[in-house]
Design a protein around this ligand. Structure first.
Ligand code: V55
Ligand code: FE
Length: 489
């Protein structure tokens, strides 16, 4: 038995669970739409062992678990497994934690030396018949989508040179290519960024490296039909600080943000850097597209400071979420010769976990969805997740002038990030599938998967599936249709 600190990172909804299970024939209320046939994969961080040192970032170092919610002919099953990373296996063999602070190997126990530190806990990525579990500090792990057995660290058949790979990949809807990057590509505190493209068959066909203006936490990026954008916000790493046992990340309110822009199939020597505002931060990006008039429109969940309390603390900052200037921001990037700055317009409310239909990736789009806080909610949000508060309202944003739709939850309920399931019916906007948590007491929670008509949020869920297991907050998910699964390698 391992005893976890009784802090917000390890109590309430964040209580470690660590149970592997297979549950069949879950109770369904309502009717599962015929379109929802396939598997909702979810990445769930869950620490197998208590930390041996104080570290606010440890919540991001929790072992990756892969959750599979499977929909087949109106029935639903659920499975959960640890990703058998080298790190998890080493700690299981030792019977206690071996790895110290978030992204600081200089704080590890001697037995951890040389063991890959990544925990594969952020995003399940499906591409070319393979399921990868990604985290930005290392290479992904490949997992069997049917058995959830871990197949090992994945380097695209020995081709990937980068030591790191983003958890936020982008798939071109026309070519089926997977676009990825890795920052700190050759080690701690490095400014080296890798940019690599995997063809629709899963072959890594090109990898290039370039330097960022400074070493920054690059969580996400965007593509358009012809360009790739590398946004850089001033949450920075200093290798000397890390070597001295300090924090990997400090947010610098005085440093500029940047966006590197280059033709998607171009050479990194063609990169143009655009200067953005100082001190801003973004984890998740909605989309980017070309407007046909020489601009790239880049839409992101932006705020005036890094949202993670542990990074604010390491930076001597303490800015409450409601004071952090959160907004859905559109950065207009002028491709004309000589232009080097960015214009911002606000196109939506504060929030996070923005999603769009996969077929609009990098293209003009009319709508998307995101999570936010209900401004009219009575009572506090459910405490949980790495930021400390869970979202309680789902939005459908419309960029064609239609009103925003909202599905607020009752008090003491919260959303995890939804996935979008397209419909086979033309003109139908598809469905959203998401985990909803309900808090019944300080340590009592119930969990349901909700299926919501994506263009009719106000109707509420068309189906709810009971999950008779405690669920920890998920990071990201990925929908894989039954047809895609049938083609698994
Ligand atoms: C994030 C999550 C991470 C991480 C870095 O959501 C950034 C942002 C779950 O791990 O390591
Ligand atoms: Fe993310």
């Amino acid at each position: 038995m391992t005893y976890f600190p009784q802090t917000p990172d390890y109590t309430g909804l964040n209580t470690p669970i660590g149970v592997e299970y297979d549950l069949a024939d879950l109770t369904v209320h309502g009717t599962i739409p015929a379109d929802v046939e396939g598997t909702f994969f979810r990445a769930v961080p869950d620490p197998a062992f208590a930390p041996f040192m104080e570290d606010g970032g440890a919540i991001l170092s929790a072992d990756g678990m892969i959750s599979a919610i499977r929909f087949a002919g109106g029935t639903v099953s659920a499975a959960m497994r640890f990703v058998q990373t080298a790190r998890h296996k080493a700690e299981m063999a030792a019977g206690h934690a071996l790895f110290g602070k978030y992204r600081n190997p200089y704080t590890d126990k001697p037995e951890a030396a040389g063991v890959d530190r990544t925990v594969a806990n952020t995003t399940p990525i499906w591409h070319a018949g393979r399921l990868l579990l990604a985290k930005e500090d290392g290479r992904p792990y490949r997992v069997d989508p049917r058995t959830l057995e871990t197949l090992g660290s994945y380097d695209f058949g020995g081709k990937l040179k980068s030591e790191t790979s983003t958890a936020h990949a982008r798939i071109d809807p026309v070519s089926g290519e997977l676009f990825m990057f890795g920052y700190e590509a050759d080690g701690l505190g490095s400014t080296k960024i890798s940019y690599f493209i995997i063809d629709s068959q899963g072959n890594l066909v090109r990898e290039q490296w370039f330097d960022a203006p400074y070493c920054a936490m690059m969580h996400d990026f965007v593509i358009t039909e012809n360009y790739v954008l590398f946004p850089i916000y001033p949450t920075t790493c200093d290798a000397e600080r890390v070597k001295a046992g300090g924090d990997h990340w400090v947010h610098d309110m005085e440093r500029e943000s940047w966006v590197g822009v280059m033709p998607r199939y171009g050479d990194v020597s063609e990169m143009r850097w655009y200067k953005g505002p100082k001190g801003v931060s973004c984890y998740h990006m909605l989309n980017a597209h070309e407007d046909g008039a020489g601009n790239i429109l880049f839409d992101q969940c932006l705020s005036n400071v890094n949202a993670f309390p542990f990074i604010q603390k390491a930076s001597g900052l303490n800015i409450a979420p409601q004071d952090s200037g959160g907004r859905l921001a559109r950065w207009i990037i002028n491709l004309a010769e000589g232009a080097d700055s960015i214009t911002e317009v606000v196109i939506g409310p504060p929030g996070d976990f923005p999603i769009i239909p996969a077929d609009r990736q990098g293209r003009p789009f009319s709508h998307g969805w995101m999570l936010t806080m209900n401004p009219d909610m009575q009572g506090p949000p459910v405490a949980g997740g790495p930021v400390g508060a869970m979202f309680n309202m789902l939005l459908r944003l419309d960029f064609t002038g239609q009103p925003v739709q909202a599905l607020p939850l009752p008090p003491a309920h919260c959303y995890n990030e939804p996935v979008h399931v397209p419909s086979a019916q033309t003109g139908h906007d598809g469905w959203l599938v998401t985990l909803v948590d309900r808090q019944d007491g300080p340590d009592a929670f119930a969990h349901e998967i909700w299926i919501i008509e994506a263009s009719a949020l106000g109707k509420g869920p068309v189906a709810r599936v009971e999950i008779p297991q405690r669920m920890r907050p998920q990071v990201h998910g990925w929908w894989v249709s039954a047809a895609q699964l049938a083609a698994a390698l």
